[in-house]
Design a protein around this ligand. Structure first.
Ligand code: CS2
Length: 506
């Protein structure tokens, strides 16, 4: 540790100049970055964007003729200041460490980002960038919560104070909707084409959802603009996939020790990657199909499969594993009981809801998911998985519960996950008595409702913004009461409860 820190001091900072010092087995950008222009403005430069879209664009830029598709990142949040500082220091370069399940590690340096605008410092600059004719695509990873919909109804939340502010102050926006609207007003006035708005978040019909939310926002500001958006702006739906854990100190040290370079914000990810996109763009698109992405006319079946199996599977392991006291996804899924529970959840409570996809064998897809989750080299923390559960679970799990209820199908494995989420939000400790790290925009309400469980076992379900009318579903409620009773019993043991539920399923 001491040694690493000392050697760090002597290391070069990763930047354009130091690229040539990297060993030949590191895949560095050899294309001329000074010739690139940013056809894509990306809002929300998190780890996932840097492991996924920016990586695809990096591959594309290796091909001549694609120079106009580089990325300008945008950070809307004050918290993005430090990312901006690092990226500027590093000429917007960062390393990607790709960890295979067999231990193989590939290192890349990604060069597709050529600028980064930190919005809180200069909002007008961001609006100008969006208006610039160079900008052909505005892509988004603003997380499930960033779309500002009510999770139970799917309708735009007009009560959000930032939205109320932006509607009256488009010159000084906070939200992606504010920035995009300010830019589209100018584009329309100048007779320009619109950019495509491309969501890369884990929301089913992410393009349709973005469109619906933007139109709702605009409807209160400028009705004609709404009509113009309907006629001119493309919102391709897409399924995005690559497991990207939160960067840790160990990742920074790994890069320092193996690449002999100082990268202050490296990204680590799994080898698997997938991007299925509807071929619907307002003003051209990069040839992403030449670098592994897939263009299709309808992405619906792919996104449902991914969100309801992978993302939901993560949440099953995340919440049950947290209560048990596991720290990571691989640790949870290598426990045979957890693996069995996950598989049965996927087989019995999700697979019957997924349409058959030509060319995709669902059994194999699920096998692959379990292998990916078990990758011992990806230490994906349960804290990351449980982060913002209130924005995730309605789409990942509650949607399947509702579909199963409508079909009179059993939901007992998912039901325990909801009850575990109640315990998690209420007690905020695992069954070993250790504190859980809870990060959720709705943490206060989650705790408030969950903490009434001792008086009313169904109290958590009264949070109807998340659960809709689940609290009126008699069969579900009966099972939920049982799950709560089991979880809240003295000496409760989550594994014994999971085992009993699996046995009851037969
Ligand atoms: C995870 C996703 O945040 C979550 O709950 O399920 O971030 C997941 O790792 C990605 O969608 C994988 O593509």
């Amino acid at each position: 540790m001491q040694h690493t820190q000392q050697s760090n001091i002597k290391l070069n900072t990763l930047n354009q100049q130091s690229l040539s010092t990297l060993s030949a087995d590191v895949d560095v950008p050899k294309y001329d970055r000074s010739k690139l222009t940013a056809g894509i403005v990306h809002i929300g430069v998190g780890g996932f964007h840097r492991a996924h879209q920016a990586m695809y664009i990096n591959e594309l830029l290796k091909m001549p003729g694609s120079e106009s598709w580089a990325i300008c990142g945008v950070g809307l949040l004050e918290a993005n200041r430090s990312l901006r500082d690092v990226l500027v220091k590093q000429d917007y370069l960062y390393s990607l460490t790709v960890r295979h399940p067999n231990g193989q590690i590939d290192h890349q340096v990604i060069g597709s980002m050529i600028d980064f605008l930190f919005a809180p410092e200069d909002k007008q600059k961001v609006i100008d960038k969006l208006v610039s004719p160079q900008t052909k695509i505005v892509s988004l990873t603003i997380t499930e919560g960033g779309y500002n919909f009510n999770p139970a109804t799917g309708e735009f939340d007009f009560t959000n104070p930032e939205i109320i502010h932006d509607m009256a102050n488009l010159h000084d926006p906070f939200t992606a909707f504010g920035y995009i609207t300010a830019a589209l007003i100018q584009r329309k006035a100048m007779g320009m084409k619109s950019f495509t708005i491309q969501s890369c978040d884990n929301i089913q019909h992410n393009g349709d959802m973005t469109r619906k939310m933007l139109l709702a926002f605009v409807s209160k500001i400028d009705v004609e603009l709404g009509q113009w958006i309907e006629a001119n702006v493309a919102f391709p739906n897409a399924m995005v996939d690559r497991i990207t854990p939160v960067t840790t100190k160990a990742d920074i040290e790994h890069v320092a020790n193996t690449l002999n370079i100082n990268d202050e914000w490296p990204i680590t990810c799994e080898a698997f990657t997938q991007w299925v996109i509807e071929d619907n763009f307002s003003d051209g698109r990069p040839a992403l199909d030449s670098v592994g992405a897939q263009f299709v006319s309808d992405v619906t079946p792919f996104e449902k499969m991914k969100i309801r199996l992978l993302n939901a599977g993560h949440s099953v392991l995340g919440l049950l594993g947290s209560i048990h006291g596991f720290a990571t996804i691989d640790e949870s899924v290598t426990d045979p009981l957890f693996a069995k529970y996950l598989r049965q959840f996927m087989d019995d409570e999700v697979t019957p809801l997924i349409d058959q996809l030509e060319g995709i064998d669902l059994t194999q897809y699920k096998d692959t998911l379990i292998e990916r989750f078990a990758n011992p080299n990806i230490k994906d923390s349960l804290a990351r998985i449980c982060l913002e559960s209130s924005a995730k679970l309605p789409k990942f799990i509650i949607a399947s519960i509702n579909e199963n209820i409508a079909l009179n199908r059993d939901t007992s494995l998912a039901c325990l996950v909801i009850a575990a989420w109640c315990l998690y939000s209420d007690k905020q400790v695992n069954q070993q008595g250790e504190a859980l790290e809870i990060n959720d925009q709705m943490a206060v309400q989650l705790h408030e409702f969950a903490s009434k469980t001792a008086q009313d076992p169904l109290a958590f379900l009264q949070l109807t913004d998340l659960f809709g009318d689940l609290n009126n579903q008699a069969v579900f409620c009966k099972d939920y009461r049982k799950a709560i009773a089991d979880l809240y019993a003295d000496n409760s043991n989550i594994k014994a409860i999971m085992q009993a539920r699996l046995q009851a399923k037969g």
